[in-house]
Design a protein around this ligand. Structure first.
Ligand SMILES: Cc1cc2nc3c(=O)[nH]c(=O)nc-3n(C[C@H](O)[C@H](O)[C@H](O)COP(=O)(O)O)c2cc1C
Length: 258
């Protein structure tokens, strides 16, 4: 890690009262719509320290309950460590496949659900639940807000990585207890995510699970309620409220509920 890398966020000229220009706004939405969970197409090209620092800094600028910043990042590059983590995945994934009946089980076995050894950097993101002491502003009401905060950090990194041309894949199919042993993570610290990062030859247009026929995106309109749960219509029977401008719409795919 380049420890003396200047703080990227501090270098941006801030004019907080101004909306983004249209190209800036489109870049933000582009990162959102073109972000993918990546498990294939990783290139051996190393991620320069300065770029990795930018990604970690993007994560570190996420919102956090009471500003507690509960995250830590364990960077894994050694093939032997990756191999050990891959073994954890293989074990859990084998058990996961048994939960499905045919033909779903057969489809499950064809899915590629990790890129641990192919990606140049693995990153374990943790949440230190004691950080900030016992009374963190806002966390006393909803105890898990420290976990939510760490997820916000991961999403920042995921989006920034897309803008850098770096794919990120989240691997949750492994035992966190065993992973903690492999990485020497202390008992009270919670593992939130194990991520695989690397430059890729391409980003898929659709989620891999959608392309594989596993599950499709739900239409957002079906997930919006007006004023109270279950009320699908706003005003006098007119359906409105979640029309997005054309420039920030992504192609609509019909989805099955389930
Ligand atoms: C909390 C979390 C855990 C995930 N775990 C896995 C995983 O273990 N393996 C995998 O292939 N994808 C995993 N994913 C990725 C999802 O499958 C993916 O986000 C989803 O299919 C939508 O695709 P997209 O991210 O490309 O839009 C995870 C995503 C999240 C947010």
């Amino acid at each position: 890690m380049a420890r003396n890398e200047p703080d990227v966020a501090a270098r941006v000229v801030m004019e907080p009262q101004e909306p983004f220009s249209s190209s800036e706004r489109e870049a933000v939405y582009r990162a959102i719509f073109e972000r993918r969970d990546v498990r294939r197409n990783f290139l051996p090209t190393p991620i320069p320290d300065a770029v990795l620092t930018r990604l970690l800094n993007a994560a570190h600028h996420a919102g956090s309950v009471g500003f507690m910043q509960p995250w830590d990042f364990v960077i894994v590059r050694k093939p032997s460590t990756k191999r050990a983590v891959k073994q954890l995945f293989n074990k859990t994934n084998g058990a996961a496949a048994l939960r499905y009946k045919k033909p779903r089980a057969d489809l499950y076995r064809t899915l590629k659900l990790e890129g641990i050894e192919e990606s140049s950097v693995n990153l374990c993101v943790t949440c230190s639940r004691q950080r900030g002491g016992p009374h963190v502003l806002g966390r006393s009401t909803v105890r898990d807000t420290d976990l939510y905060s760490t997820c916000c950090a991961i999403q920042n990194l995921w989006l920034a990585a897309r803008a850098e041309g770096i794919g990120v894949g989240w691997v949750s199919i492994l035992s966190h207890a065993a992973l903690k042993q492999v990485l020497g993570i202390p008992r009270p610290v919670k593992v939130l995510a194990y991520l695989c990062l690397g430059y890729v030859s391409e980003f898929s247009a659709k989620p891999d699970l959608e392309a594989a026929g596993w599950r499709a995106r739900l239409p957002v309109q079906e997930l919006v309620h007006y004023e109270a749960w279950g009320n699908r219509v706003e005003g006098k029977g007119r359906r409105q409220g979640c029309e997005l401008p054309k420039s920030i719409q992504e192609p609509v795919t019909r989805a099955k509920r389930g």
